[in-house]
Design a protein around this ligand. Structure first.
Ligand code: AFP
Length: 337
């Protein structure tokens, strides 16, 4: 981690511009998208910070497309991101975990060459109890012809992401992103109102200390998953036991494991045979970041970033984190099949 003096700070804007200058052919559009997202993140952070004070908590009466009860802050974060991004002329469309369909760019604005997919406030059922929540985003290059986005622009495998990242609203607000040249973290200085480079070129340890999984599903797991979890816990005598840490907010669990090493797993279970988490809004962006930090991610059999999406709100199992720990998942799940 770099230590900054008051005069040597690197703002996210400066960093994005410096990264862009490494690509002479860059148009600046992607940089603009990232900068707009950083602004949206600051706006969401300020609301999340005040959530305990403001009368904004609580479930709305509507259910979102995933059938979960939405919290008001989810809706607010969704709105903030759409409004921050729709008029820039850089996007051809957006897709949100909170919306059933593709979100078109309003007719009065220009469209651009990129598609943005996001989960506006992941872990929102934790808001009421002051547990960290996060925003996750993924940027894809438009591949269809014509000015507007087609479903095919959204349904690209994760390897096609040109940028991805997340924001964690925790004890401090951090934004971590990658454009394919490493994963870099920025911490929001609340006094300056700026994201400052705090974690350049994050590297996840080869093997980790932490296992993040919801044990309550053990009875609903298939035997290969149970065998894998026994391995991580050191119960089969083949490795040292990992420490179990599960917040129930994927960004928070992922972030801790990215910095400290470990694996986050959401295996299929009898209740969610296809997994629970969303391929496009959650798993692909975090898999991209993890690989950029030297880690790995699979869906149980396949590299996560190579899975071909077939629908916008597709769910998938996931095992993501330290490369050595993900390799163990490949080995044990493969053997037990
Ligand atoms: P919410 O956004 O509904 O709180 O769900 C959070 C989440 O999508 C992810 O952030 C967690 O890791 C996971 O679900 C927790 O799911 P379980 O409660 O089934 O373990």
């Amino acid at each position: 981690m770099v230590r900054h003096t008051a005069t040597s700070v690197v703002t996210i804007e400066r960093y994005i511009i410096e990264q862009e200058s490494l690509h002479p052919a860059a148009t600046g559009e992607l940089s603009g998208i990232l900068y707009d997202l950083a602004l949206a993140a600051k706006m969401i952070a300020s609301k999340v910070r005040r959530a305990g004070l403001a009368d904004i908590l609580g479930a709305t009466e509507s259910e979102n497309v995933q059938g979960e009860i939405q919290q008001r802050l989810d809706l607010f974060a969704n709105e903030i991101i759409i409004k921050a991004m729709d008029h820039s002329g850089r996007l051809c469309a957006m897709a949100s975990e909170e919306e059933a369909d593709i979100i078109p760019i309003p007719a009065q604005f220009k469209t651009g060459a990129y598609a943005l997919l996001f989960d506006p406030l992941d872990g929102s059922s934790n808001i009421d109890v002051n547990v960290p929540v996060g925003t996750i985003f993924s940027v894809l290059k438009k591949v269809s012809a014509g000015a507007h986005c087609a479903l095919s622009d959204m349904l690209q495998p994760g390897v096609k992401q040109v940028a991805a990242g997340y924001v964690i609203y925790g004890s401090s607000t951090m934004l971590v992103y990658s454009t394919g040249q490493g994963a870099h973290g920025f911490t929001l200085d609340p006094l300056l109102g700026e994201f400052l480079l705090s974690h350049p070129d994050i590297r996840i340890p080869e093997h980790g200390r932490y296992l993040s999984v919801n044990d309550a599903y053990e009875q609903h797991w298939a035997e290969p998953v149970r065998a894998l979890m026994r391995r991580y816990r050191g119960l089969d005598g083949k490795r040292e036991a990992m420490n179990v840490r599960y917040v129930g907010s994927m960004v928070a669990d992922f972030h801790r494991n990215l910095l400290g090493g470990g694996i986050f797993a959401y295996p299929p279970n009898a209740k969610n045979p296809g997994g629970k988490l969303r391929l496009l809004y959650e798993c692909n962006p975090l898999a991209f970041i993890c690989e950029q930090a030297g880690g790995a991610a699979i869906d149980g059999t396949t590299r996560m970033l190579e899975v071909q999406p077939t629908e916008l709100h597709q769910r998938t199992p996931i095992y993501v984190g330290s490369r050595g720990d993900v390799e163990i998942a490949c080995e044990v799940l493969g053997q037990e099949r």
